[in-house]
Unconditional design. Structure first.
Length: 107
């Protein structure tokens, strides 16, 4: 079976989107990443990674309604797909397999 390989930044963003639930759009993803992971990210890197994850079938997006506070612009909200959750589980299992082989990291 072919696995979908994730880069470290892709994995982080996928986890952030999953944790934000219905409120996952680029700006909220960037803010959550900076707050929880203490990791600075350029908004264009967040956008391009979210779109790449969508192209891989790990995320899906939809446009929300326009708001006055955004000058009439709408937000693109992201959700993790079933394939995205499956990929996260497989990634975790692989990491845990290798951690279990390292005495200093195994439980």
């Amino acid at each position: 079976m072919k696995r979908n390989h994730l880069g470290e930044f892709e994995e982080l963003l996928l986890l952030v989107v999953a944790s934000l639930g219905e409120n996952a759009y680029a700006v909220s993803v960037k803010a959550e990443l900076e707050e929880k992971a203490k990791r600075k990210a350029n908004i264009s890197a967040v956008h391009s990674t979210l779109y790449r994850l969508e192209d891989k079938g790990l995320l899906k997006s939809e446009i929300g309604g326009a708001t006055n506070t955004r000058g009439g612009k709408s937000k693109r909200f992201f959700k993790v797909t079933a394939f995205g959750f499956k990929t996260l589980r497989e990634t975790e299992e692989l990491r845990n397999t290798f951690r279990g082989l390292i005495p200093e990291l195994s439980k």
